[in-house]
Design a binder for this molecule. Structure first.
Ligand code: ATP
Ligand code: MG
Length: 173
């Protein structure tokens, strides 16, 4: 890729992670190589992680302790896992083996202080020209938005949870 940009998908509405997944599909369908790291993963098994692992040209990394993360009870293990994932993503971005690097829910990891927003900012500044970098998750920091080239905010108009419909396997996870 000649001109890689920085993209941010944030906001309260649905579609941030799935937009990033769609981009991974499009990229690998065009022969590009993609690296995707999922931050903040508890014990939920996500369909997309299984499917992506089967696609040649995609590297999937799942980060998290395997336990549900409460924003008010961040443990040092949560922080360690997130830091490790951020370092791995940085290596992937700088290593020359990937055209597209996705950090799913990294904005939430920064907002909840699992990682330093300053480290996310450094990562963006280090991005090689030939890599497309995608950062997803609610609460994107203003500095991250300012540095990005492409920023989309998903707006929640209605969510089925509001009428008691819980996350459905195959649709929400
Ligand atoms: P998708 O993965 O479908 O693209 P997303 O990445 O935009 O969605 P997240 O903000 O990552 O959405 O949401 C994570 C989880 O929280 C999802 O399982 C989602 O169903 C749930 N969720 C999102 N918004 C709400 C809400 N308003 N009320 C309850 N649950 C919600
Ligand atoms: Mg998401």
């Amino acid at each position: 890729m000649k001109q890689g940009l920085v993209q941010v998908y944030t906001g309260e509405g649905k579609g941030k992670t799935t937009a990033a997944l769609g981009l991974v599909l499009r990229a690998v369908g065009n022969g590009l190589r993609a690296y995707i790291v999922f931050f903040l993963k508890g014990d939920t098994v996500y369909g997309e992680q299984a499917a992506l692992s089967k696609i040649p040209g995609v590297t999937v990394v799942r980060s998290g302790t395997g336990k549900f993360i409460h924003s008010r009870q961040i443990t040092s293990e949560d922080k360690q896992q997130a830091k490790k994932a951020l370092d791995a993503a940085r290596k992937a971005m700088l290593g020359g083996d990937y055209d597209l690097v996705v950090l799913d829910e990294v904005n939430v990891a920064a907002a909840w202080n699992l990682i330093e927003v300053q480290d996310v900012i450094s990562l963006i500044k280090e991005k090689p020209d030939n890599v497309e970098l995608v950062l997803t998750g609610r609460y994107a920091d203003k500095a991250v938005i300012d540095l990005a080239d492409y920023v989309t905010v998903m707006v929640n108009i209605k969510h089925p949870f509001e009428k008691g419909i819980h996350a459905r396997k195959g649709i929400e996870f």
